[in-house]
Design a protein around this ligand. Structure first.
Ligand code: GDP
Ligand code: IMO
Ligand code: MG
Length: 496
């Protein structure tokens, strides 16, 4: 593969400019042969990154997608910004090893924040308690684990190797949580505890809710032993490598899910922009020579709750997705086409065609047209270099719509000094959920290309109707499309 398009860049980052699941895993897998080190710095097992090669499909949650290149000497790093669940890591390593891959070059930061059983328990309990107001988290304990960090009561990977410190910190960490956990229905607590990812009932205690001794025993015993050889101060590795080795940073989630820039409160709990990613591996964003923002096109997706102005079928789609799964949808809607005149059904067809079901939870991903007002926001922080993915999914679409602006359709909205009135047009808006939900998309329509694209090798091989839309997006947003992905396999990648 020719990586000359990276020029003399030494540190390159891949982030997502949307609500996640844009194909970061595939792009990281494609770029890993170029790199010496690949590092993750945000999120945890809420991520689901898919890598396809040689007819096989792998999904990594916590491990960097580069792990499949370990045998080639590529170092994979889990940085200090990651919410690290040791049980999940050990399970993933088992899968990687059983597939014939090695993990000799994996390094885990001793400063990564530990995800513990109480975090998963609280995450899932608050999801149940919030009912229809729930954020729709992945239930992996991410929010509660980061909340502890900011509350200054986290346990870290390094604590796994100091039994007394771990036990003391765990006791302090659990003090207030146990009081809260006692207020929930005991049967529900027991049921969540019985999930294998929370320890398969081993930690449940009818009185104290969580059996601290058993947790200490397993985490500082079996887990510590299995992870010991991987744990180190990864910030040192990154700093010594900076400017000397080729470093690739693997983003998780997406800009619109960032706690700082996204559609709060329907976001994740880390900053998944380039800034959070660089910091999460122990670097600064100014150390990054090139940042690529991945953009699913010309449709986009979202899992979980929150405003989604261009969603096919609007709120009916959101409700539909909440009660569906891949099997039911395939069975009931197998015959729908991507040109169905009913937007809800058109969305279902695109979901089926693009296999848009969560790589972590299996939930149907909500589907809508590409939204340029939101893309303009992410370019402000992640920069103008973008990678378009999944273009092949729309090969049979007669007409493509691109949202170029919004018309505000809500009540008068007092920002402070400014008042926004119904009918006002916006080229971009900060994705504040309460505002975004009253924005109506204004579309520009384009003819489809109506031919297969997944064998394209060069930009010139792509149909002219597709290139016309790509170039329209560049003119409208200032983005520069550097790569185009036309299939899940690493070979199906076009460099511009
Ligand atoms: P990530 O979280 O950003 O790594 O993305 P996911 O792995 O969650 O979801 C992307 C899905 O799209 C995966 O199933 C990939 O195999 C698949 N994929 C990636 N790029 C392409 C592409 O260009 N075309 C098609 N058809 N599928 C793709
Ligand atoms: P990758 O890296 C898509 C979403 C969840 C939910 C919200 C909060 O595969 O792109 P959390 O469990 O993080 O507290 O959930 O964020 N979410 C993702 N959506 N892709 C992801 O990761 C996501 N990680 C979290 O669906 O709406
Ligand atoms: Mg994903």
């Amino acid at each position: 593969m020719n990586y000359s398009f990276l020029g003399d860049a030494k540190t390159v980052a891949v982030v997502c400019n949307q609500w996640g699941d844009t194909g970061k895993g595939k792009i990281i897998d494609f770029l890993t042969p170029w790199a010496d080190i690949v590092a993750r710095g945000t999120g945890g097992a809420n991520a689901g990154h898919t890598v396809c090669y040689g007819g096989k499909v792998f999904v990594s949650h916590l491990l960097p997608s580069s792990i499949f290149h370990d045998r080639d000497g590529k170092m994979s790093i889990i940085g200090s910004g990651v919410a690290f669940d040791p049980r999940q890591c050990i399970d993933e390593l088992r899968i990687v090893h059983s597939g014939g891959c090695t993990s000799d070059h994996l390094r885990i930061s001793r400063h990564s924040k530990l995800v513990l059983p109480q975090h998963i328990l609280l995450d899932q309990l608050s999801g149940v308690q919030s009912g229809s107001d729930a954020i729709g988290t992945t239930g992996r304990g991410i929010g509660p684990a980061y909340a502890d960090y900011y509350n200054r009561c986290s346990l870290f990977v390094g604590d796994l190797f100091h039994r007394d410190t771990f036990a003391k910190k765990l006791r302090l960490n659990l003090e207030e949580k146990i009081v809260r956990l006692r207020t929930y229905d005991r049967l529900l607590v027991k049921q969540i505890c019985s999930q294998p990812r929370v320890g398969g009932e081993a930690y449940f205690h009818p009185e104290s809710i969580l059996d601290q001794e058993t947790i200490v025993e397993e985490y500082t015993g079996s887990f510590a032993n299995q992870l010991r050889d991987y744990v180190t101060d990864t910030r040192e590795i990154m700093h010594s490598a900076l400017g000397k080795k080729r470093i690739l940073l693997e983003g998780a989630q997406g800009y619109l899910l960032s706690i700082d820039y996204g559609s709060y409160p329907y976001v994740t709990s880390s900053d998944c922009s380039i800034e959070g990613l660089a910091k999460g591996v122990g670097l600064s964003a100014r150390n990054v020579d090139r940042t690529f923002g991945v953009v699913k096109a010309f449709y986009m997706t979202r899992v979980g709750k929150g405003a989604f102005p261009t969603e096919f079928g609007g709120s009916a789609s959101d409700e539909h997705c909440a009660r569906m799964n891949r099997e039911k949808e395939t069975e009931q809607y197998g015959g729908v086409t991507v040109n169905d005149p009913d937007p809800l059904r058109q969305g279902i067809a695109i979901r089926l065609q693009g296999d848009e079901y969560g790589a972590t939870t299996g939930r149907p991903r909500r589907v809508g047209w590409l939204d340029l007002p939101l893309l303009r926001q992410s370019l402000r922080v992640n920069g103008n270099d973008i990678i378009l993915t999944k273009l092949d999914v729309l090969d049979e679409c007669d007409e493509i719509q691109i949202c170029t602006a919004y018309r505000y359709a809500g009540e008068q909205f007092f920002f402070g000094r400014d008042t926004i009135k119904s009918g006002e047009i916006f080229q971009t808006v900060f994705p504040e959920n309460s505002f975004l939900k009253s924005c109506e998309p204004i579309y520009q329509s384009f003819p489809g290309w109506l031919c297969p694209t997944n064998n394209a090798q060069t930009y010139g091989d792509l149909p002219s109707n597709m290139r016309a839309i790509i170039e329209f997006i560049e003119r409208e947003t200032g983005a520069v499309v550097r790569m185009v992905s036309v299939g899940p396999d690493r070979e199906q990648t076009v460099i511009r």
